[in-house]
Design a protein around this ligand. Structure first.
Ligand code: GTP
Ligand code: PEP
Length: 258
């Protein structure tokens, strides 16, 4: 695509106190063999895996380009996802072995919770500001969907800026029911993720504040073939564009960089 999708990310960079805050993005991806089952009718197993990895790459790349983002971490049990994440400069958190009695949403939220705790309280947190004391309260977490191939860096920067200090905020997805991003900012609270079915309502019911903003790419998590078409129309990042192109999807991605 023409203009870099990260164009404008710095131009509208979020404005926390840069001396104090550390912003870490956290993304969860499940085992590739189970991923994107809702695309099974229109994409082969191999193509689904390629698409998952490509969308992850574009999401990570756009998130890393936000100037206030210190790191992007992918929590996953899948070695190929882990390798892809490392190749594009993300950190990897190996998923803790889940309790087999847990349901899928519980496993996902358990993975987010465990990784967020390490990002906020774990080894290395104190090293970030070269000797300055950085406590968990100084570490903000953006739990982000992995399938946002049309997200612009500027959208994520604006959402972080809009997020309220002292608690959790969320960006509702384009369906109005799911959560594209859950942001914990300047707070001693924990992330307390409630991803899964109807997570938007569960997040707001649990006190998270819904963020307004015209962020079509950030809100467009891709779950169905219709979502793939919507994202393609909006303009996807280079990795997703290459996979779709190889599958015969025509047309240049229309870069409408925010
Ligand atoms: N690390 C981790 N990530 C998960 C887990 N369950 C779901 N995810 C990720 O969370 C996001 C939303 O998950 P789902 O909607 O359940 O799965 P999906 O692969 O997007 O789509 P479907 O299979 O069609 O439901 C996706 O990025 C998944 O890869 C889990 O147990 N562990
Ligand atoms: C897990 C979620 O996403 P989705 O099922 O839409 O991928 C969610 O929105 O909480």
């Amino acid at each position: 695509m023409g203009a870099s999708r990260s164009d404008g990310g710095d131009a509208v960079a979020a404005s926390p106190d840069p001396a104090r805050r550390v912003v870490r993005v956290l993304i969860a991806v499940k085992d590739l063999t189970a991923a994107k089952s809702r695309l099974a009718a229109e994409f082969s197993t191999l193509d689904r895996s390629r698409l998952v990895l490509a969308m992850l790459s574009d999401t990570v790349t756009a998130a890393k380009a936000v100037s206030v983002v210190e790191s992007v971490t992918v929590v996953t049990p899948d070695p190929l996802v882990a390798r892809t994440a490392r190749d594009i400069g993300a950190r990897v958190f190996d998923e803790p072995t889940g309790d087999l009695s847990q349901g899928p949403d519980e496993r996902l939220n358990h993975a987010f919770t465990a990784a967020a705790q390490v990002l906020r309280h774990g080894h290395g947190v104190g090293d970030i500001r070269r000797g300055a004391s950085v406590t968990a309260e100084h570490v903000d977490i953006i739990a982000l969907q992995a399938d946002l191939p049309a997200m612009r860096s500027a959208e994520l920067a604006q959402a972080y800026t809009a997020a309220r200090r002292g608690g959790r905020s969320l960006v509702v997805d384009h369906h109005g029911t799911g959560t594209a991003a859950l942001i914990l900012k300047d707070s001693p609270e924990e992330l307390a993720p409630l991803f899964g079915g109807h997570s938007a309502r569960r997040h707001t019911d649990s006190g998270a504040q819904e963020l307004d903003g015209s962020w079509p790419g950030l809100r467009l998590d891709v779950d169905t073939a219709d979502d793939v078409r919507r994202a393609h129309r909006l303009g996807v990042g280079p990795a997703t564009s290459a996979v779709l192109h190889s599958l015969g999807w025509s047309g240049e991605a229309s870069a409408t960089t925010a």
